[in-house]
Design a protein around this ligand. Structure first.
Ligand code: HEM
Length: 466
């Protein structure tokens, strides 16, 4: 096994390390799979990845994840080399740490409670249905669709209501999706070389700045208009316009822009990616696909799916939870070490980076039987922690501790509605041959373009459409 063990440094050990050549080769080729492999080899113990000047610790044991994300979270912050590239997109906001994070979280939290989200569910359902109908064109023409683009399109359409109170025109929405895509791809080089100073231009920098400008060109005018003429709406932008910071000062246009862009990115890309992986998993598991279809036929019939269907779609929810175990969109959560610490008996040096990976932890053999198998039955009891005896931090697709995802409830409403609306109207088939491996991106996305074939579920519909 190509893993060396450093000399013991007293009662607190030094981390085992993965040598540079191997770490680099595996991570370039298959970043998520590489992290899992290193974690599994170490039996969940802390390991150090030798990546030249950058030597992060990989923390995957659920006890250790809990320590970093919850118990000692103030010592493991979202700043430093890994987060700096993201500041180009998010500014200083809820996707960071410190004062701006606290202000944004306090303002936004009430907008994402289960209760409040349930008041939006009917509208979300209507939007999903309207948007899904537009796919009739694909079904009629036989033209394949680009999975990630279409999933992002639906999500943006929903988010435009929840976040922007429909202040984003369709044209704006169509500009914003490719701009986010551009930024997400072009940031990859900075993630791979987090130690590279900013005065050194690296590939992707120019494209990233172009993408951020395109986003700003759409978002700033909306923010300024809303600030000049505030309404009493409960969408995120209206609430931000009426909010103040801890000293009672109104938020600036930049603070509002940063909060909106952060929540937009956190909400649409993550959900769009898991919905993309879902079709790939269903294609490879026809038995699960058949059970899912049977549930949707029974509950939703010819559709469209309504909000009151959601609680009855229990198998759909199990399928989504298991998809999130295998392909958690937030697959890599880096933290900057503020002071020396000890995790799992290993000394963690101040100023270094700790990498948490739900992808790796959620496939550890010590905590999951048949870890790579897609088996929604694991979630039969509706337990999002995945069964009574399982460690809370063996499954954390929505993170944990004070930074836990704000959008989890929204996800549990919107994702089943999207899946049920699609499958009550269409049958999808994957046209791109496998195997499907995750590439390098901020959210876990399949390498390359995934094409889906679309056909009508019922003959009547295809006849009407003709
Ligand atoms: C598949 C869907 C989603 C997944 C897998 C996901 C995952 C995550 C994860 C892992 C974190 C923690 C980040 C960290 O600890 O560094 C997070 C944070 C966050 N998520 Fe989600 N998310 C999803 C959907 C959403 C949605 C729909 C929203 C809605 C608006 C949202 C808003 C947020 C926000 C605002 C944060 C930052 C919270 C904070 O740091 O205080 N997410 N998400």
């Amino acid at each position: 096994m190509a893993m060396s063990i450093d000399v013991d440094a007293g009662p607190v050990r030094r981390a085992r390390s993965v040598p540079m050549r191997r770490a680099l080769r595996r991570l370039m080729d298959d970043p998520a799979g590489g992290l899992w492999e290193f974690a599994q080899e170490a039996g969940g113990e802390v390991v150090r990845l030798e990546l030249g000047p950058f030597r992060p610790y990989l923390v995957t044991h659920p006890d250790h994840v809990q320590q970093v994300m919850r118990l000692e979270w103030t010592n493991y912050q979202r700043t430093g080399m890994f987060w700096r590239p993201l500041e180009r997109l998010f500014g200083k906001s809820i996707m960071g740490d410190g004062e701006q994070w606290r202000i944004s979280r306090t303002i936004l939290q009430p907008l994402f409670t289960t209760r409040y989200i349930s008041t939006l569910a009917e509208e979300v359902a209507a939007r999903v249905a309207g948007r899904v109908e537009e796919w009739d064109g694909y079904a009629r023409s036989g033209r394949p669709m680009d999975a990630t683009a279409e999933m992002s399109g639906i999500l943006t359409y929903i988010v435009n209501r929840v976040l922007f109170g429909d202040k984003l025109s369709r044209e704006d929405a169509e500009r914003i999706v490719p701009a986010f895509d551009l930024v997400s791809h072009s940031l990859v080089a900075r993630f791979l070389m987090p130690f590279m100073p900013y005065f050194v231009r690296i590939p992707g920098d120019r494209a990233c700045l172009r993408g951020v400008k395109q986003i700003d060109d759409v978002v700033f005018p909306i923010v300024r208009k809303a600030m000049a003429d505030p309404d009493d709406g409960l969408d995120v932008i209206s609430v931000l316009c009426r909010s103040t910071d801890e000293e009672g000062r109104p938020l600036t246009a930049t603070q509002i822009r940063d909060a909106l862009v952060s929540v937009y990115a956190a909400s649409s890309e993550t959900t769009a990616m898991i919905l993309t992986w879902l079709w790939l998993l269903l294609e490879e598991h026809p038995d699960v696909a058949a059970r899912l279809q049977a549930e949707i036929d029974e509950v939703v019939g010819d559709g469209p799916a309504r909000a009151d269907h959601v609680p009855q779609l229990s198998y759909t929810r199990m399928v989504l939870l298991e998809s999130l175990r295998l392909y958690p969109s937030g697959w890599l959560l880096p933290r900057h070490v503020m002071e020396d610490g000890v995790v799992g008996g290993v000394r963690i040096r101040r100023g270094s980076t700790v990498l948490i990976s739900a992808y790796a932890t959620q496939r550890l053999e010590e905590f999951w039987e048949r870890p790579h198998e897609f088996d929604p039955e694991r979630f039969r009891n509706g337990n999002t922690a995945g069964g009574e005896r399982r460690h809370r931090y063996s499954y954390f697709p929505f993170g944990g501790g004070p930074h836990k995802c704000l959008g989890e409830h929204l996800f549990y409403v919107e994702a089943p509605l999207v899946v049920a609306s699609i499958l009550s109207r269409f049958r999808l088939s994957v046209r791109t041959p496998g195997p499907y491996t995750p590439g390098w991106a901020a959210s876990l996305r399949p390498k390359g373009r995934i094409e889906l074939g679309v056909s009508f579920a019922s003959r009547d519909r295809s006849a009407v459409a003709r």
